[in-house]
Design a protein around this ligand. Structure first.
Ligand SMILES: [Zn+2]
Length: 337
């Protein structure tokens, strides 16, 4: 199966009433873990790379690893997405590198740190939509800002998404998917207590979905940060203080109200780190990298497969025929006419 556009994956998810996890990768083992989890659960999947990941893999390694994934897992529809593009140029270079979807995060200026204004956000996002849709590539935008900083991205300030402004933003930009700020943060330290309605504004999702029923909503910073994964890390010499992520039941509530893409990175990182620490501690005389990379890969696969089942994407890999980017281009051209 060729790579598909994210728009098709999300349209199918909306029709089927489920969510699709978007999992970040930096290397071969993470791509393998996700594809194995997708095969195990028969799930369509979004693989995403941050700017940091693209530079770590020098783009070309990522490109060819993804070609291998598509070749080895022909039954799995997979979209390759640029996470947090900081400028139109970043998004355009991703499209040149074979990404089938890009995020233009115009909620921040190109430095990835300073909060921008609405007019700037509309302008850069609209520019990306025009170029991306002309080649069938999907665009995600963001309105409002998340807390936390990850891979150097983030202002550290939280500005929740305003539902009326969201309507204006979607109308003026033509995006396919909208990342909403509802109080989640990037990174492992999301909440200092179990989140409730005061810190996690799930009601906003419901409100935005009512106003924008055909826009796919995206939850960022949506790792659940399971205590058992942190316990393994700390048991084997790590030092991660107590923290709370986004409870799976809150994500499932979001999925019932229009959330179609759920970004998960921290959970994978925790699973990998715990498995490596344990393997090294269990057998300190071992020095074959496979002795710790294999359990790391298996641990990530396990947490991803669990999320795929919880988000509802499991069992849906074979539901539809992939549409080519050319077909998607024609679809956008028809919608604009
Ligand atoms: Zn994000």
């Amino acid at each position: 199966m060729a790579m598909v556009s994210m728009r098709q994956l999300l349209d199918e998810a909306a029709a089927g009433g489920y969510g699709v996890g978007a999992f970040n990768v930096n290397n071969m083992e993470q791509i393998q873990a996700i594809m194995e989890a997708a095969r195990e659960t028969s799930s369509p999947v979004i693989i995403q790379a941050s700017r940091g990941a693209r530079s770590y893999t020098n783009d070309r390694f990522l490109y060819h690893l993804m070609q291998a994934a598509v070749e080895l897992y022909p039954e799995i529809p997979v979209a390759l997405h640029q996470d947090h593009g900081n400028s139109p140029e970043t998004c355009f270079s991703a499209i040149d590198q074979g990404f089938t979807s890009v995020m233009m995060d115009g909620s921040l200026l190109a430095d990835g740190k300073s909060v921008s204004d609405f007019a700037y956000n509309v302008q850069v996002t609209r520019e990306v939509v025009e170029r991306a849709h002309a080649v069938g590539v999907t665009v995600e935008g963001e309105l409002g800002t998340l807390g936390g900083i990850e891979d150097g991205v983030g202002s550290g300030e939280v500005h929740l998404t305003d539902p009326d402004q969201a309507v204006e933003f979607v109308e003026q930009t033509g995006i396919d998917a909208l990342a909403v700020a509802i109080g989640t943060s990037h990174g492992a330290y999301k909440f200092s207590r179990k989140p409730d309605g005061e810190v996690l504004a799930m009601n906003l999702i419901q409100e935005i979905h009512e106003k924008l029923p055909t826009t796919h909503l995206v939850m960022h910073g949506s790792s659940s940060v399971p205590k058992e994964l942190i316990d393994i890390i700390n048991q084997y010499g790590g030092e991660i203080r107590q923290t709370w992520g986004v409870p799976v039941e809150e994500i499932q509530l979001g999925i019932r109200h229009g959330v179609r893409k759920i970004n998960v990175d921290t959970d994978s990182r925790l699973a990998i780190t715990g498995a490596i620490r344990k393997a090294m501690s269990d057998d300190p005389g071992e020095f074959d990298p496979r002795s710790y990379l294999k359990p790391a890969r298996a641990a990530m696969q396990q947490v991803i497969a669990q999320r795929m089942t919880q988000f509802g994407q499991a069992g849906h890999a074979g539901d539809y025929e992939p549409r080519s980017l050319t077909e998607m281009r024609d679809f956008y051209a028809g919608a604009a006419a």
